[in-house]
Design a protein around this ligand. Structure first.
Ligand code: ZN
Length: 207
């Protein structure tokens, strides 16, 4: 697991940690390593902008952001190129799954708004490992959806888009730590683009 310094209660898994949503052995091992309860609240990610608030463990349905005010209730998302983001207020914590569709749909803003509406705005954010603009080859429709100002080039010279730049802009003035590794190039991580894999790395957060 890769721990955040800015938000000590957020950890990003690598491929070897496995997908603790579906792999119970992986979940038990990650929970023991982090010294957290092994019953987590999870979501079915659909590349949208729906936010769900967790007040119990288990599968909470379709959403791309999950937050909780409950202590000792770990929340989790899983990624394999998309951007995992942790957000913390004073007494709540959130995880956001943002690929290009989520960035375009406004999932980060939806999570920030939800926290603010509940009276505990996010004051710090952490961005986890995801595919970099070095490798994220995309078509015009993706550039248009994310924003033409985020157009970039891969190392091969083909068109890419910087999800990192878009995510940072959407986080605005919030203090942000970036734990960047390009998931496609760094084989510690599962990459859907590289392997077409169903494997995911988990991100976990807890109060
Ligand atoms: Zn790369």
């Amino acid at each position: 697991m890769i721990r955040s310094e800015a938000i000590p209660n957020v950890a990003f898994g690598t491929r070897k940690d496995g997908d603790g949503r579906s792999d119970i052995a992986a979940r038990l091992q990650i929970s023991a390593e982090l010294d957290i309860p092994s019953d987590w609240a999870t979501i079915s990610q659909v590349h949208g902008a729906h936010v769900v608030e967790a007040d119990h463990a288990g599968a909470l349905g379709d959403a791309d952001a999950v937050l909780t005010h409950r202590s000792a209730l770990p929340i989790a998302i899983a990624t394999a190129d998309c951007v995992p983001i942790g957000l913390a207020g004073l007494d709540s914590i959130a995880l956001v799954h943002a690929g290009w569709r989520g960035v375009a749909a406004g999932v980060i803003d939806a999570a920030l708004s939800h926290m603010a509406d509940r009276g505990d705005p996010a004051t710090v954010a952490v961005i986890g490992p995801h595919i970099g603009d070095c490798c994220y080859e995309v078509g015009d429709e993706v550039v248009k959806a994310v924003g033409v100002s985020y157009r970039s080039n891969t190392r091969k010279g083909t068109q890419s888009v910087s999800l990192l730049a878009a995510v940072r802009d959407q986080l605005g003035a919030i203090e942000t730590e970036t734990l960047f590794s390009c998931t496609l190039e760094d084989d510690r991580f599962a990459s859907h683009r590289r392997d077409g894999t169903k494997d995911r790395q988990i991100a976990v957060a807890w109060l």
